[in-house]
Design a protein around this ligand. Structure first.
Ligand SMILES: [Zn+2]
Length: 325
């Protein structure tokens, strides 16, 4: 579509018009015409005055807005705010905090926090295709993320220490296919069972796998991988055997988490990892020259079929969602 925004400033102006919000989302959600989210019928009519559709089939919820069946469902927050927040999440390299969204959009921090979790859900990794294959090369590395436990309230600190390992940091495994995508998972421990389990789950047998000398990687060659080790006590690169791609990703990730978010609960860590991985996998490269508008468009196309309730996101049954959410 022409006139679509290219920058955050243009996006804010463009989406100030509710008609533009609607057109933008409809074009991505229903590229082949509007479909009733309840019954799947295409026989629907648009009620212009209320910006909803009426399904001609008789069933409950036969009137629906563009929010129904998306991460925006049941939210009283208007689409101009949702889309501005999505632009920021899709394009800010180090991530955005709920405080920034709160100030930029004039909503409460608690609402902004919950919005961010829903936006991250849209970006959550969904691919089940294995990495590597056909002689592909996959770097595997592990790190600890989180911490800053000494700045936390004592009860919170105890809670976190119980949930994770040393110093309140959570072990994370990263897998990066050279020239392809990165995937990250929070694992219970750095032991062989947990780490090799992730490799079997995400990497095609027969791939080249490059790791450091951690003993947890021992025996991968007996599981069908062309495993080569770079011993960081001696050197960091030996020909093609290195994990520098993942090292770069870790430093980006830690800059985002330590700089942008004051503290990340282990319970939510995977959502931050997914968000950062998504931005990394959709960064501009020579083969894939994506710009901010492309990334935003891609993010908006992923809002469908995902819900996240307040209880799911907080893990606190009985606590109510913030008023204006
Ligand atoms: Zn219907």
């Amino acid at each position: 579509m022409k006139n679509e925004p290219k920058t955050l400033q243009e996006a804010i102006q463009y989406f100030a018009d509710p008609g533009n919000c609607l057109d933008y989302i409809v074009a991505r959600r229903w590229p082949n015409g509007v479909v009733c989210p309840t019954c799947g019928s295409k026989d629907v009519s648009f009620v212009r005055s209320r910006r909803v559709w009426q399904c001609k089939t008789r069933h409950p919820k036969c009137q629906f807005s563009v929010k129904v069946g998306t991460i925006f469902e049941d939210s009283p927050i208007t689409l101009d705010k949702w889309l501005a927040a999505m632009w920021m999440v899709a394009n800010c390299k180090n991530g955005v905090s709920s405080w920034e969204i709160h100030r930029a959009l004039g909503i409460t921090q608690k609402s902004a926090w919950f919005m961010l979790h829903r936006l991250r859900l849209a970006l959550q990794a969904g691919s089940t295709v294995k990495l590597g294959g056909n002689g592909g090369e996959v770097e595997v590395d592990e790190t600890f993320i989180g911490g800053k436990a000494r700045n936390m309230h004592l009860s919170r600190r105890k809670h976190r220490l119980a949930a994770t390992g040393v110093g309140g940091k959570a072990p994370v495994v990263g897998l990066l296919e050279r020239g392809g995508e990165v995937r990250t998972t929070v694992v219970p421990t750095r032991r062989k069972k947990d780490i090799q389990g992730e490799i079997r789950k995400h990497v095609e047998q027969g791939s080249h796998v490059y790791t450091d000398a951690l003993l947890s990687y021992d025996g991968l060659r007996y599981q069908g991988y062309a495993h080569q080790v770079i011993d960081h006590a001696e050197r960091y690169v030996e020909g093609r055997v290195h994990t520098n791609g993942l090292e770069n990703f870790w430093s980006l990730l830690k800059r985002g988490i330590n700089g942008t978010y004051v503290s990340v609960e282990p319970f939510h860590l995977f959502r931050y990892l997914d968000e950062q991985s998504w931005r990394y996998n959709n960064r501009a490269t020579k083969d894939n020259p994506m710009n901010d508008a492309d990334r935003f468009s891609l993010a908006v196309s992923r809002i469908v079929g995902k819900r996240l309730t307040y209880t799911e996101v907080t893990g606190k049954v009985g606590e109510t969602a913030p008023e204006a959410f």
